[in-house]
Design a protein around this ligand. Sequence first.
Ligand SMILES: NC(=O)c1ccc[n+]([C@@H]2O[C@H](COP(=O)([O-])OP(=O)(O)OC[C@H]3O[C@@H](n4cnc5c(N)ncnc54)[C@H](OP(=O)(O)O)[C@@H]3O)[C@@H](O)[C@H]2O)c1
Length: 399
Amino acid sequence: MSHLRHLVSSGRLFRLSKVPRVNTAVCCHVSQNRPFSTTDRSMTVMPAWVIDKYGSHGPLRFTRNANFPVINYPNEVIVRVHSAGLNPLDVRMRDGYGARSLSMKRDPLNVNSGNEFPLILGRDLSGVIMECGLDVKYFKEWDEVWAAIPPWKQGSLSEFVVVSANEVSHKPKSMSHTEAAAVPYVASTAWSALVNTGGLSKDNCAKKRILIIGGSGGVGTFAIQMLKAWGAHVTVTCSQNAELFVRGLGADHVVDYTAGPVEERLGSLAKFDLILDNVGGDTERWALTLLKPWCGAKFVTLVTPFLQNTDMLGIADGMVQNAATVASKVLKHLAKGVHYRWGFFAPSGPALDEIMEMVDAGQIRAVVEDTFGFSEVPQAFERMEKGHARGKTVVQIRK
Ligand SMILES: NC(=O)c1ccc[n+]([C@@H]2O[C@H](COP(=O)([O-])OP(=O)(O)OC[C@H]3O[C@@H](n4cnc5c(N)ncnc54)[C@H](OP(=O)(O)O)[C@@H]3O)[C@@H](O)[C@H]2O)c1
């Protein structure tokens, strides 16, 4: 499927070569020969939840006057959002996490935050394509799609959003929009961490022992299913009350981290080929000793200090601190025969294409813990703030 996309999608090449911005009036010609237009050209505003400043108390505001998204590059599409999935990142971004680095990514000339408001949160979407840029060949209007939107772009807690065709994939036919919105961000993160960073694939997992630290949340519940579909042996740490839940997703062995020092029980097991750390904190103090030494085994943590460093120290000092962190951790553990790596969310339509096939083959299901209406976004954030997730929180924008 991703091979087909590669052949068809000249849009990706266009995007990579940083083409100049395209006048939206030109983009509108895309629909001229079609029986009807999918978006109303007179629309300049839309309903959305925005924040106008960072902070944890009440910055979420509903507006009917958010700017209607505009196609700025010929490989972009406008999607009408049916459902939006939330992630811990949304709560942290609301509170200001990553503001400095993400502002720079939004506008390379802007090293200070402040110009990004009103900011729309929400990284996951499932919806319908309403408008295609001139260079989009792989998608057409009315296609049902899903995507994970990078954090430097306007998010999905709105009726419409503009995304790059490189970030979008056709939604699995077997999933509703609500289910589909629970998958892209955690799936893209798990894929990036396990496949791109960890070197795993469907062809090399059969004899591998994988440990997932924190298996009951969004990333963990997806990673268990993906690794089981590829034949790996999967051990999971989680609270006792999540044991049946993660076993139901395929976990072979479950260790309750609330019943005493988890490292002692994990230490009595056979060593692992790869550890995916969704928890951070002091896990790295003991987790790397659980890896097979001198066999290329990897510890991949999703809890990264990099954006926090630049938030606290500024861009220049933060980057120096980041380089020092990378050098010290990687070298220290390399000397002991294991690899220390950081995993990152990476938006990828081709990865979502492959995941869509796994979903439609019945290998992966969505794990939706809670759903909220579009008027209940503050309540959805309150649910996220409580933690102890057992899957995903989804906002239904269109019912
Ligand atoms: N680097 C990146 O680009 C990137 C991308 C996505 C996510 N992340 C990070 O990855 C982490 C996981 O994301 P997520 O979406 O899966 O979060 P989540 O949905 O909130 O899940 C976290 C899970 O960890 C469990 N947990 C907490 N402490 C634990 C411990 N000591 N041992 C075992 N399990 C524990 C929680 O349940 P209980 O508290 O009930 O045990 C919860 O189910 C987050 O820190 C997130 O910020 C990073």
